[in-house]
Design a protein around this ligand. Sequence first.
Ligand SMILES: Cc1cc2nc3c(=O)[nH]c(=O)nc-3n(C[C@H](O)[C@H](O)[C@H](O)COP(=O)(O)OP(=O)(O)OC[C@H]3O[C@@H](n4cnc5c(N)ncnc54)[C@H](O)[C@@H]3O)c2cc1C
Length: 182
Amino acid sequence: MLPIPGAERAIQAKEALDGAETGRQVVIIGGGSVGLETAELLAAAGKQVTVLEMLDTLAAKMVNVTRTIVLGHLKGYGVRLLTSCRCQEITDRSVIYQDRGGAVHEIPADTVVIATGDRPDSSLYEALKGKVPELYNVGDSNGAGVIAKAVNQGPAGLWRAACFAKKSERVGTFSFAQRPYS
Ligand SMILES: Cc1cc2nc3c(=O)[nH]c(=O)nc-3n(C[C@H](O)[C@H](O)[C@H](O)COP(=O)(O)OP(=O)(O)OC[C@H]3O[C@@H](n4cnc5c(N)ncnc54)[C@H](O)[C@@H]3O)c2cc1C
């Protein structure tokens, strides 16, 4: 849970994307790709959406072309995008945040959505360790990422990596983790 007072009042972005009921005025905390995706969905459904991001850039990890398109859609829907703003508290009807100059503001919110990222949960992998002959921890449970990363870490990815290493006579030195996504 986000370590701020009132965080228990908020819903998670995944719940909103799954169709959870939201009020008219929605504040999304976190302007990464999931936050912006959620903002677009809710704005398209007629909600008044504000995105609050603590960094000075929105969706910093998004591919540039996609980022430009998504930001264009959000602008078209009139989504309010606030950067360099850190959420401090969620009350029963508002969000309190601090801007880059240190000034504190309060914006009304019927629903607050948290989109500040996921932590990997490798508990199942840890529980099974040593109990099966072959076990891999792949995908988001080994660090939140993208589909290509999850696929490349799986058995097919490991097999491809082994073939590649053999072909280039780099068996034993191939660094799978540093392989670029394809
Ligand atoms: C909102 C959102 C948008 C995204 N958009 C993109 C995108 O556009 N492009 C992209 O590349 N990536 C995107 N990602 C990231 C991508 O979804 C993940 O990186 C990818 O799904 C990871 O695959 P995975 O198999 O590790 O986990 P998941 O796809 O989450 O699959 C894990 C599965 O394991 C099941 N499970 C969990 N525990 C157990 C258990 N004990 N027993 C049995 N089953 C269990 C879960 O129910 C789930 O079905 C997005 C992520 C989110 C949250």
